[in-house]
Design a protein around this ligand. Structure first.
Ligand code: NAP
Length: 328
């Protein structure tokens, strides 16, 4: 797989692997822990070098899984993790990006990841109680000590990114971005282009929706975050299916799968965009990695943009509580 370069010269595979779903978010895992380690190692065999996790996934167990899986190939891969949630009794109860907490999380993440440096350390959500300059300063100190290599932000507003970058250079911003989540286009992507910062779209397959495999009506199982997301409510999902149908038609014409078209559309936006689709299945890992070969023409990109603009998207990407944490 070819590589792309995020900010500050950080080179990663053009498509990464999101680890969250292996520990939470999409209901019961169809495989066991050893199988997940196998999926992560198979990703390395296929040239994927960019792995995404977070302290809060599990919590903690996802970092342990990623750390164990990548230990034998540690020098060949880039591991990104995240701090910033206040985790009590196994649950996130709010935010905590105080410098002392950032340091504590870094030390604990290093142990769980079985490594002596975190390649990319993102603030998971902007903490309104801690000035972003203090956050950037705290991560900058960890970089000076060699415990962290690069600084990232997630779901931050453009103004916050600018303030952080002025204190310590930001390498990547990770926010939700896909055919049906276009929020970063207004202010964040132009700011990143200007500042030379990379962008990592999370939920690039629309939480699985754009693969065409999400049943339009069936309820989601226990532990599936989509059961609490407005755009996946039965009526909205049925209306939004028209978008997936269009992507599926284009995919058939291009000899690709709908999920590959959704990822190729992201890759076509800017050369510094690196999506991190999440999957627990080997065959899907192969399919997603194959998106790098599904080049879209400028007309295809315009066609996809046009259909989303014409049909619109029914329902928000988060419920009210989670909406309160983004765009600050
Ligand atoms: N910064 C943040 O706040 C934040 C928030 C959310 C996610 N993330 C990161 O972004 C990563 C990706 O996002 P995501 O997992 O939410 O969404 P996603 O990658 O858009 O979609 C994941 C869903 O799609 C399914 N899927 C994946 N590939 C498929 C394929 N080829 N065919 C059919 N179904 C497929 C997965 O199921 P299976 O696993 O069963 O294949 C899962 O249900 C996460 O793993 C996490 O690392 C970050």
């Amino acid at each position: 797989m070819h590589t792309r370069t995020l900010g500050q010269g950080l080179e990663v595979s053009a498509i990464g692997l999101g680890g969250m779903g292996m520990s939470q978010g999409y209901g019961p895992n169809p495989g066991d822990r050893d199988e997940m380690i196998g999926v992560i190692r198979a990703a390395v065999d296929r040239g994927i070098t960019f792995f995404d996790t977070a302290e809060v996934y599990g919590p903690y167990v996802n970092e342990e899984l990623v750390g164990e899986a990548l230990e034998p190939v540690r020098d060949q891969v880039v591991i990104a993790t995240k701090f910033g949630w206040d985790i009590q009794g196994g649950k996130s109860v709010g935010l905590d990006s105080r410098p002392s907490q950032i340091r504590r999380v870094a030390e604990a993440s290093l142990r769980r990841l079985r490594t002596d440096t975190i390649d990319l350390f993102y603030q998971h959500r902007v903490d309104p109680d801690v000035p972003i300059e203090d956050v950037a300063g705290a991560v900058g100190e960890l970089v000076q000590e060699g415990k962290v290599r690069h600084f990232g932000l997630s779901e931050a507003a453009a103004a916050t990114i600018r303030k952080a970058h002025a204190v310590f250079p930001v390498t990547a911003v990770q926010s939700e971005y896909s055919l049906w989540t276009r929020d970063p286009e207004a202010e964040v992507l132009p700011a990143l282009a200007e500042l030379g910062i990379g962008f990592v779209p999370f939920s690039p397959l629309g939480k699985g929706f754009f693969t065409g495999t999400v049943d339009t009506a069936a309820p989601f199982g226990a532990g599936d975050v989509r059961s609490g997301i407005p755009r996946f409510e039965a009526e909205n999902r049925a209306a939004n299916q028209a978008l997936v149908d269009h992507v599926t038609q284009l995919a058939a014409a291009r000899g690709a799968t709908p999920g590959q078209i959704a990822l190729a559309w992201l890759l076509a936006q800017h050369p510094w965009v690196v999506p991190i689709p999440g999957t627990r299945r080997l065959e899907r890992l192969d399919e997603n990695a194959g998106a790098t070969g599904a080049a879209l023409s400028a007309d295809d990109v315009a066609d996809l943009d046009g259909i989303v603009a014409r049909l619109g998207v029914r329902g928000d990407r988060y419920n009210e509580v989670h909406m309160g944490y983004v765009g600050r």
